[in-house]
Design a protein around this ligand. Sequence first.
Ligand code: UDP
Length: 306
Amino acid sequence: MKKTVLITGAAGFIGSHLCDYFVKRNYFVIAIDNLLTGCLENLIHLQKNPNFKFFQIDVTSSFEIEQKIDYILHFASPASPIDYLKMPIETMRVGSVGTENILKIALKNNCTILVASTSEIYGDPLEHPQNENYYGNVNPIGPRGVYDEAKRFLEAITMGYHTFHGLDIRIARIFNTYGKRMRHDDGRAIPTFINQAIKQKNFTVYGDGSQTRSFCYIDDTVEGIYKLLKSNYTKPINIGNPVEHSITSLVNIIKKIIPSNSKITFKNLPENDPKVRKPDINLARKILNWEPKTSLEEGLRLTIFN
Ligand code: UDP
């Protein structure tokens, strides 16, 4: 019997890749998105597929899904710093009200729900690399607080539904992910630098560029999420690529792939911008038998040329 999966945030970057993955594996996908930061273009190729149905729904509103659901993947949220700075209240509400709404639907269907948490719950980390036992260093009233605290709330209430109602949960702490379908104007480092290289514009590096991130190619992230869903692990687990790069070295890799005369223009580092970020993925290796396979250069080539 075909299983049904409900995906929130389906028109977003990761959400739309999840739709592809599950449709391809012969699940029936119910995709919902309020299109605040998501884009229907990301799903257009699925629109005529009999295993796919899209509804424009805001998970913070009250709504019902008639069909019986087997799995839920909750990925609805603005996820780029410039987006959640522009939409602080919406970001808080989707992580809180939206998450509780979707947990109630999971409970009603007695189904497994996987929620998208984030490396941002570690804030500007004082432990490096970050493993799942680290509680984080988040400024609740800083510019990134709306996203970080909403996701911390998401983890807490999801765990509450597990311990109090016995709901079957999964919590993925997703680190920086990249690939096709990131909006060119979403402000994040990879789409911004690719765009700048293509247009022969200077690279806007914030701070001195020594801050680090660990970038995971979307196909690796999606596979990790699938393996987590299919596991029976109910505590948070890091999904990310443990290979760490400084922002300057990211620029250099992009320059190698797209030759340009672009130079670096240094700009002010945004407030509370984490200085380092690198997942400890030993737990994912052990529990999920998963680790990323795609190097940054390989993944960037796939993103740029495919
Ligand atoms: N960044 C940068 N120039 C840009 C965009 C981002 O130097 O045009 C830096 C940003 O300050 C951060 C890193 O790149 O240190 C990653 O930023 P991104 O927004 O991609 O992800 P996040 O900060 O949420 O990890």
